[in-house]
Every structure is written in structure tokens, then in C-alpha cells.
Design a protein around this ligand. Sequence first.
Ligand SMILES: [Zn+2]
Ligand SMILES: [Zn+2]
Length: 352
Amino acid sequence: MKSALFFGEKDIRVEDRPTPVPGSGEVLIAIKSVGVCGSDLHNYRGNRAATQDIPWEQGHELAGVVEALGPGVDELAVGDRVGIEAEHLVGCGHCRECLRGDYHICPERGVINGARHGSHGFSSHDVTLASNCFPLPDHVSFDDAAILDCYACGVHAVNRTPVPVDGTSVIVGAGAIALTLGQVAKAYGAGRIIMVGTRPEPLQTAVDAGAADEYIVNADEDPVLGVLDRTDGQGAEVVFETVGGESQLIAQCCAMARRGGTVSVVGLFTQPQTLDSQALGMAKELVLTWSNSYSSWQGISEYQTALGLLASGRLNAGPIITHRFPQLQIADAFAAADDKWTSGAIRVVVNH
Ligand SMILES: [Zn+2]
Ligand SMILES: [Zn+2]
């Protein structure tokens, strides 16, 4: 197999490695498509924990074809086209969080019998749990299925924070997570969605792709005043934050929310956040909540929910996937995803 090996920062090499053999309850997948996620770029930019083995493999937004079955797998067949739920989300199966279905917040998340698990979609093949594989209808492409991981994050965010049908939701950010969340929110009946971002092009794509009704470009107007102007000075019922990083956007999101509203933090922040608890929180009695990845909601897989919405035509992945590269050009794929100002990328996928 052709493994994509990550040696740290921009050093990514494609090398021949032995193809792994699936164990009990596992399958071998020939990967067809894998998305370059913001968390993959975190590593690319040199922010990976020094304790990790070098080289490592990664790629958790993936879809492919079942190529071999391990012992005890009878729910899948060789040749099945599948979307794959990211394997770093597996839970231990017996803690309080796992037992109630919230395995994405299991304290042992990503560890099975002491061994760390993750998906390796940038390599040509990956062994994964059969239970993480979701058969794809023929009309769902591998590229679209690869970003089901993003859509499932959106499903989880909207399950935790219902969107008003007759009010305003704001999505801060205009990346793949923002656009997939916007489409999911619309599928869940969201009324008006205002998207806030820095680059006009993906914001316009969001409107064209049914992820937002209108947008605010940060450089053109103050985003808080912009939201207040568009909501009779009241603010939005719901504000989703999808940017994270080194920004201080939680306070800005709170300022955009109306009295009694909700702020949902979807972005991954690398810096502590400062906000005026009295003015923004207490006075408006905001609900401030976080949404981390996805798992199940009321007993139903959120990945399966996302797949159902995609297969029924309620989600439009096409405009979100802006760039495609073969595995041998993985360096170009990461460079395009890393510098979206230059490339204009929203979601970049690598194909095998
Ligand atoms: Zn991701
Ligand atoms: Zn657990």
C-alpha cells in the first residue's frame, strides 16, 4: 500500500508499506477520498504534541471501498462503498458517557484495549472497525461522503442548539465547518442565517450553496453592529462560532446574541478566552455551550443522520469541495488548504 507518512510540519512522504490485515470486527478499506481538515493543518503548522510517534498517519474525513473482512464481520461485504466515521471518536464502551451514547466525550476516547486508534485516510488503505462503516447509496460520491465528518459535526451542533425557524441564526466563520453547519441548519428548518467571515468568496458560495441567506464581511463593517443592524438592534437567537484558533471570538459571539439567546462554540480555541460576564452573560442571560465532534443523539448515529440528509439531496457538498489532488500531490493539497487566501479553497480532498 501507499502510506502517507507525516514526519512533522510540511514533511509528508508517500512510501510503500505492508498492507495491514484486519483483526476481529475490523475491515480493510481501499480509501477513495479524504478531506484535509483544520485539525490536520494544526499538525502541518507544527502544533503537534512532541510525544507523538514519528512518522504518523492521519486523515479522518474519509470514504472508500471494503477490500477485506476480518473475522466475525458479517454486516459488510467486499466491494461495499462506505463512508467511515472517524476512528479517533471511538469510546471505551463502558463509562457513563459511552453508556448514554456520548462516546465522543469518553475520557478514553480513541483508545481500544489500551491501543490508540485513529483513521489514516491519506494512506491508500486503512483498517477500521466495521461498526464505523456506513454503506453509501450508489448516487453518493466518495468525495461528498468524505465530508460527512463535517456534516455530522453540524448535526451535533444543531441537535445541541436547535435553530429558530422564525428567527435569526448567525454562523461566525466561512470555512467547511461553517458551510456544512449552515446547510444542516437549513435542513433542520432554520429561518434566516447570517454568515460572518473575512473573505467574500466563500461567503458568496455559502449563499449560493444554501448554507446562508446573507453575509457580513469583517473588513466592510463591524460584525457585531452588522448583526444588530439586521435584527432591529436585538441580536440573533443563536450564534455558532466555528473559527477558534488564536481568536477571541466567543466574546464577539456573545455580543451578537440577543437577550436569552444561545452561543454555541464549535471552533477549537488555542487561547483562553476573555469576556465580560456581567454585560454579555448575566445581563442577557445567555446560554453558552460547546459542541465537540459528534456521536449519537437520542440513540441515533449523527453520522448516519448526516448521511441520510446527504443521500436525500438536502445537503449540497459540491460547492464546498473546491480542490482535488491525487495522493502523490498531497503536499500541494495541504498547501492549498493551508493558504486559503491564495488558493480560494474551502474543502480540499485527496483522492486515491
Ligand atoms: Zn475534521
Ligand atoms: Zn467511554
